[in-house]
Design a protein around this ligand. Structure first.
Ligand SMILES: *Cc1c(COP(=O)(O)O)cnc(C)c1O
Length: 449
């Protein structure tokens, strides 16, 4: 596998995938495009018609290209995924499912959805896939709608410990309509406290147990969750929004053999369009499908479904498996580099694309840290820390991810350098901004053909 010229050669099995190679079309895709008069999104038409908006789009592309995108939930979709998103499939109404639509003219979008479903099933080894959820939150909503009734008790990771809004936030439908009980992580290790999960399950007899987090950097023990759910007769829902791409690439264990339902997003490490995905066994297929349409959604977004099909196709390639491995290698190197800069790394490291860290030892809070890094061209998030010491609403946590950088073709050498640059930015070293610019210039996310 060729290595980006500027980067020193990493170990053979972890070579970064250059951006120019990662979009290779999988074999067997219908070749109609070559003969079509359609040439994809016409950016010049937008520029002529609406300079105000096209200016924002171009400036955003520049912002994404000229900085380091360290937000753990973000990535760069391939030009092929973007083409599907900007395609005329966006025009089609398609309520229902392939072969059973409430509108005419769905024959071709039916083909696209069937391909998306078959690719998702094959990629994740699932008996059933629903590719219609508009987002990760919509997928979780549909999973709850399929399995629960309002007022049911659900056991999930507590929000201050790393749970997502859909895991019981009072500001979200989940907290309003269900009775959530929260589990957390061990104070000393930062790892999920399975004894606590088991004790809470036996005490509260939840109808469902949810595993999944926005900040947990380790692999959950899916077998343990399954066992605990079985002990109390609960459904086991795995919200794999973050690690789905690592699972697809074989770089993280899969919840599919253990969970009743897997909810996910397609736009994080998986590198597809913004959207959701549901996987389940054949026994729950009908309930899951009805929970998506007509219970929680109307017409499917066929352009997004086509783009998901493209992304699943990309994710089934050996190049993607190399990318997934590299994402984890990169996160580990970055975590070690940040530790050397004085940050305290949650759980002492990472198994995934994600790093959460405490900046308190540097005398900073999360917002100040994020502001200093952003000013230097490095975009990251603040995040709640399970046992944070700051006053309420003032976390000293930051969250970073390696997926977007890896997609750009960066490897371990760049990660080590970025750790140093982040340390410099946190100390307000004025030289960092131009060094970041020099680095990113070598890794354009959308290189000219
Ligand atoms: C990102 C995420 C979601 C929601 O995804 P959206 O597309 O933003 O609605 C749900 N659960 C977890 C664990 C997530 O990380």
């Amino acid at each position: 596998m060729p290595v980006t010229k500027a980067a020193p050669a990493p170990a053979a099995d972890t070579a970064p995938v250059p951006a120019s190679e990662r979009a290779a079309a999988p074999e067997g895709t219908p070749a109609a495009a070559a003969a079509s008069p359609y040439r994809g999104p016409d950016f010049d038409a937008l520029r002529r018609q609406d300079p105000e908006l096209s200016g924002i789009l171009l400036a955003e592309l520049e912002r994404q290209s000229n900085g380091l995108q360290l937000i753990a939930a973000e990535n760069f979709t391939s030009p092929a995924v973007l083409a599907a998103l900007g395609s005329p499939l966006a025009n089609k109404y398609a309520e229902g499912y392939p072969g059973a639509r409430h509108h005419g003219g769905c024959e071709l979008v039916d083909l696209a959805e069937r391909i998306a479903v078959e690719r998702a099933k094959a990629l994740f080894g699932a008996e059933h896939a629903n590719v219609q959820p508009h987002s990760g939150s919509s997928a979780v909503l549909a999973a709850y709608a399929a399995l629960l009734r309002p007022g049911d008790t659900v056991l999930a990771m507590a929000l201050p410990q790393g749970g997502h809004l859909t895991h019981g936030s009072p500001a979200n439908f989940s907290g309003r309509w269900f009775d959530f009980v929260g589990y957390g992580v061990d104070r000393a290790t930062g790892l999920i406290d399975y004894d606590q999960v088991r004790a809470l399950a036996h005490e509260h007899r939840p109808k469902a147990i949810v595993c999944g987090s926005i900040s947990y950097p380790r692999h959950p023990d899916y077998a343990a969750f399954r066992e605990i759910a079985d002990e109390v007769g609960a459904y086991f829902i795995a919200d794999a929004a973050h690690p789905l791409g690592l699972i697809a690439g074989g770089a993280a264990p899969s919840p599919v053999p253990y969970a009743d339902v897997v909810c996910a997003t397609t736009h994080k490490v998986l590198r597809g369009p913004r959207g959701g995905l549901l996987l389940c066994g054949a026994d729950l297929a009908g309930r899951i499908d009805r929970a998506v349409f007509p219970f929680t959604q109307g017409g499917a977004q066929m352009h997004a479904i086509a783009a998901k099909a493209v992304a699943f196709g990309e994710a089934a390639t050996p190049a993607f498996a190399g990318y997934a491995r590299q994402v984890v290698c990169n996160a580990r190197v970055l975590a070690a580099a940040l530790e050397a800069e004085g940050l305290t790394i949650t759980t002492g490291g990472t198994d995934t694309h994600m790093i959460t860290a405490d900046v308190a030892a540097l005398g900073l809070d999360g917002r100040t840290a994020r502001g200093r890094c952003t000013a230097a061209g490095m975009v990251l998030d603040t995040c709640a820390l399970p046992y944070g010491t700051g006053p309420p609403g003032c976390t000293t946590g930051v969250r970073l991810g390696s997926a977007a950088l890896t997609t750009q073709g960066m490897g371990q050498a760049e990660m080590a350098r970025i750790g140093v640059l982040l340390g410099g930015a946190l100390r307000e070293d004025g030289k960092v901004r131009s060094e970041v610019a020099d680095l990113v210039r070598r890794f354009p996310p959308y290189p000219a053909p």
